[in-house]
Design a protein around this ligand. Structure first.
Ligand code: SF4
Ligand code: SF4
Length: 465
């Protein structure tokens, strides 16, 4: 049976000649310069995406300066050793209590309790945001966690499945365990951190050691903290987790921060289960949150989306409203190919995230290969984000901010205008992009939902009332 909203969407898109968007699964609907154009409401929402030909990537790299990122330079790690970052943020110690005592809207006891509860699984069993990881990472263990007792058996005989079906099985399992999107890429070692930096308050207080890729049998952690990934682990399954649209609409208030924590908790569970599934099939697996390597370029390689001006992955279906995890494995898997759907071109015309960033942390200029500071990887053409400035905004309130996700025109719930907007955004036409930005604004997309209203409404109505 077709509901009214679906009728609207199909009718609207049909008038645009985009009837293929109603297809149930990914389908090739055309070609542009040899690239396949795909439609899939399940994977891409209302978008038509362009799938790169073998070897083509939707990003540009200056090989002469690109080097593996050191996790010690990530802003959450810098809190632990960079005096400037530490001192600027520690000025706001105690702000949570102050906010609660004054019942500051969006920062009340209700908001902090909700946020804190959402982090429960990540906090108790996995890594927190950013700096924690490695073989001591709870559910992010580099060693099997028990499993179904099939040690020593030969790997699963997949000879009566095609490579496409085997990849589909793994991706489907990822969705079953809780991911919203999953994709597979060949592991590009350039995205593995050069060093791990583990924020750990036990004794010793921190681990700072290299991550190597070597000809070893299985993942290793050496006595000095060095992690070793076997060269044979050549694939990565990348997982994206949708964050609740209504909660994100309240950013920078409490429900938004809870959506972040919820994403991290879900990805801890899902990455661990998927790794155990792969291990149960007789292969090796390393589940990772933000640890071990850069998730965004791996996600781009796995066909999950493109990098936006705000410095995050933008997926066709959920925009930037996702959190990312990954599982590195030696299981033979057919990789997906990167996709593009006009993100770079649209970001050039837009800039709304930069305008609405309270920390002025997002670039309003042109893309560049140059980093702002050590928290950016050099050699990747993109809009660099000033991470210490961003993080200072978080410190000021005691809750994370993601205004940039809320206001991004790619962040929308499902619905006909949502689909139509994104389909047209992908038209790669500067005039059309400007028109769609105006339409987006007029529709009230991106406006903040007053945090108390999150609890009072059954469903946030994203069209202006
Ligand atoms: S999270 Fe907030 S402060 Fe950080 S870049 Fe986004 S809008 Fe700016
Ligand atoms: S808000 Fe605009 S400029 Fe920023 S990431 Fe989204 S589309 Fe790009």
């Amino acid at each position: 049976m077709t509901n009214a909203r679906e009728m609207n969407r199909r009718g609207f898109l049909g008038r645009l000649g985009l009837t293929a968007l109603s297809l149930p699964a990914a389908a090739v609907v055309g070609k542009i310069d040899g690239d396949e154009v795909l439609a899939s409401p399940v994977e891409y929402g209302g978008f038509l995406v362009r799938r790169a030909q073998d070897g083509d990537l939707p990003y540009e790299i200056d090989e002469s300066v690109l080097s593996r990122f050191d996790q010690r330079n990530e802003v959450f790690s810098r809190e632990m050793w960079d005096r400037e970052v530490f001192e600027s943020e520690s000025r706001f110690d105690g702000v949570e209590e102050e906010n609660i005592m004054t019942n500051k809207p969006g920062y009340t006891r209700l908001d902090y309790a909700f946020m804190s509860a959402a982090w429960t699984i990540a906090g108790a069993f996995g890594s927190g945001a950013g700096a924690i990881g490695g073989s001591n990472g709870g559910l992010y263990s580099w060693q099997p966690l028990g499993g179904p007792g099939m040690d020593g058996m030969p790997p699963w005989d997949a000879s009566d499945w095609t490579p496409e079906e085997v990849a589909q099985i793994v991706k489907k399992a990822a969705l079953f365990f809780g991911a919203s999107l999953s994709g597979i890429a060949e592991l590009d070692q350039r995205w593995i951190y050069s060093h791990r930096f583990t924020k750990d308050f036990s004794d010793p207080p921190e681990i700072y050691a290299p991550i190597l890729v070597e000809d070893v049998e299985s993942p290793e952690e050496r006595d000095d903290g060095t992690l070793v990934i076997p060269e044979s682990m050549r694939n990565v399954v990348v997982l994206a987790f949708e964050m609740d649209f209504d909660a994100i609409a309240t950013y920078p208030g409490g429900p938004g921060a809870a959506a972040t924590g919820n994403g991290y908790s879900r990805m801890t569970f899902t990455a661990a289960c998927l790794a155990e599934f792969i291990r149960g099939l007789g292969y090796q697996a390393i589940p990772c949150g933000n640890c071990t390597g850069l998730s965004i370029p791996m996600a781009v390689d796995a066909g999950l989306g493109e990098l936006g001006r705000l410095g995050m992955l933008i997926t066709p279906k959920y925009g930037p409203r996702v959190r990312l995890a990954k599982v590195i494995t030696d299981m033979p898997l057919l990789p997906d190919r990167p996709v593009s759907f006009g993100v770079t071109e649209f970001c050039e015309a837009c800039g709304r995230c930069a305008d609405d960033c309270p920390g002025e942390a997002i670039s309003k200029g042109e893309r560049t290969y140059d980093p702002i500071d050590i928290s950016n990887s050099p050699g990747i053409l993109r809009w660099p984000v000033n991470h210490p400035r961003c993080h200072l905004v978080w410190a000021q309130t005691g809750l994370d901010c993601a205004n940039c996700i809320r206001v991004c025109p790619f962040n929308k719930p499902e619905g006909w205008l949502h689909d139509a907007t994104r389909a047209l955004i992908g038209a790669d036409n500067i005039t059309m992009d400007q028109v769609m930005l105006k339409l987006d604004e007029a529709s009230g997309y991106g406006e903040q939902l007053e945090p108390r209203r999150y609890w009072k409404k059954d469903r946030f109505v994203h069209i202006k009332d």
